[in-house]
Design a protein around this ligand. Sequence first.
Ligand code: ZN
Length: 240
Amino acid sequence: MRVAVLSDIHGNLPALDAVLDALAPFDEVWVLGDIVGYGPQPNEVVARLRQLPTTGVRGNHDAAAIGALSTEAFNDDARTAVEWAASVLTPEVMRWLTDLPERATVGDFTLVHGSPRDPTWEYLFSAALARANLPAFTTPHCLVGHTHVPLVFRNDAAGMQLLVPDPGIPLETDERRLILNPGSVGQPRDGDPRACGMLLDTTQGTATWQRVPYPIAEVQARMRSVALPTRLVERLAHGL
Ligand code: ZN
């Protein structure tokens, strides 16, 4: 089975469409949360996902947009953007987001937004944090988002390794436990502004990341037209 693994789409429809095109053909879509927030087209992004065989979990921005999480811990720009999203979400999209669980299990994989022990808030940036999370999931592997940075944590005999995936080069999945981050579709933060996604081939046992250009200026214009914060508009061009 081929699975498009996506995270942190953040209401960015052109980035989503570019990544879906690049990863096709696939049998399923697994989404790791933060579907809305920051970007200008939250309803359209959810509509696209609903046209596909999507399994998803919710992120902190999704939870805030549906009123299930306080925005107290958000910075000013993130709060402004999530409040805007909440104000434009249709009742149908609101219901779809509300039905997303915090954690899902599909085959050999646990899906969460932040980390298996704290799906809402924990950022998995280091091998030490990844190792501390191994007891928090029972499947061989785990998929996380939230940091907006594509990363591989692999539990070797030597300990937990942190690897930065090369786009287009398949990583072999074997008996070693993995925590994989597909990167962010709609707001990359690793210095590369191109949209990011990952294709999991469960038959071949590979995970392959892709970086995909998309019309950033078009999204920025749309953000300005609905008065989303300037800093959020500008950061799309820098990928930071
Ligand atoms: Zn996010």
